[in-house]
Design a protein around this ligand. Structure first.
Ligand code: C2E
Ligand code: MG
Ligand code: MG
Ligand code: MG
Length: 283
């Protein structure tokens, strides 16, 4: 009798292992397919850049963030939250990152044609930043488009400051010498120390949307937001609050002297053409 029970248990165990192996294999295959598709996405013209306004307290655009979008030829939309980490892990981000920089230059030139003079924010991933020739690459791309680095803000995440601090600082300084300004994206969500804040050539902090989402109701989040605002003020840094969706959030941020806001409340990420339709030429 107990033999039968043991046999049943063993066989159930084997089935379960088979089930997990199957599920894992399906996941691995899915990932490989996505990676293969992403490696062809540029050549197939499946990628495009959209931009989202950053507005001052009057609602006037004072900046814009460029965000990548991937719609496969078969119509399937893949979120950057899915394909950016994949691109980062596979190394494809290097090729995509170059393309983004060229696109950013073209967009800046178009904005200038229509009278918009604010700097454009570009997300730069850690692997992209750590390329040995990144500074030369940026310099060459800027030169090819007859632009100065002053037209750009590079958004980097705290993850960049965990390793190779000396090299990171040196590279940031070299880019800053080209006029490029730096913003810390998703500020407060990383694991790095505050120590770097005084050692890096920084221009801006972006308060992560996870802190913005529950203000003014949540006491912890309001405390964090106010702390970031006051710290930034003392350090002479500009602050952008990201993910602002409600008038209540905007009112709270304005009352607490947040310079700049970005979120669905003001505008959704849109193509440059749609931007022009919505915002028109600069006033
Ligand atoms: P991120 O740089 O923190 O970008 C902000 C994200 O918040 C964007 O998501 C944007 O669409 C979204 N967002 C803006 N306003 C609101 C709002 O009011 N509510 C909510 N819930 N979300 C809002 P998206 O476009 O899906 O991008 C996700 C992440 O992918 C970005 O986060 C960035 O880390 C990465 N990413 C996107 N484009 C690029 C790129 O060109 N290069 C690199 N390296 N990373 C990129
Ligand atoms: Mg960003
Ligand atoms: Mg962000
Ligand atoms: Mg974020």
């Amino acid at each position: 009798e107990s033999d039968t029970a043991m046999y049943r248990a063993k066989s159930a165990g084997r089935n379960q292992i088979a089930f997990f192996e199957g599920a894992m294999q399906a996941e691995v295959e899915q990932r490989l397919t996505l990676e293969r598709d992403l490696s062809r996405a540029l050549d197939l013209c499946e990628l495009r850049m959209v931009m989202q306004a950053q507005v001052d307290q009057d609602g006037t655009p004072v900046g814009a963030e460029l965000l990548m979008r991937w719609t496969k030829t078969n119509g399937e939309f893949v979120s950057p939250a899915v394909f950016i980490p994949l691109a980062e892990e596979s190394g494809l981000i290097l090729k995509l990152g170059d393309w983004v920089l060229h696109q950013a230059c073209e967009i800046v030139n178009q904005l200038r044609t229509h009278g918009w003079m604010f700097p454009v924010s570009v997300n730069v991933s850690p692997k992209q930043f750590r390329q040995q020739d990144f500074v030369e690459k940026v310099r060459d791309i800027l030169a090819a488009h007859h632009l100065s680095g002053e037209e750009f803000v590079f958004e980097v995440t705290e993850g960049l400051f965990i390793n190779d601090m000396q090299e990171t600082i040196a590279r940031m300084n070299a880019l800053a010498a080209l006029g490029i300004r730096f913003s810390i994206d998703d500020f407060g969500t990383g694991y790095s120390s505050l120590f770097y804040l005084k050692r890096l050539p920084l221009y801006e902090l972006k308060i992560d949307k996870s802190f913005v989402q529950d203000i003014p109701g949540d006491a912890n989040d309001t405390a964090i937001v106010r702390l970031i605002l006051s710290m930034a003020k003392h350090l002479g840094l500009r602050v952008v609050a990201e993910g602002v969706e409600t008038p209540e959030q905007a009112a709270y941020l304005t009352e607490n002297a947040c310079d700049c806001m970005q979120g669905f409340l003001f505008s959704r990420p849109a193509s440059f053409q749609d931007w022009l339709v919505k915002q028109g030429s600069a006033p």
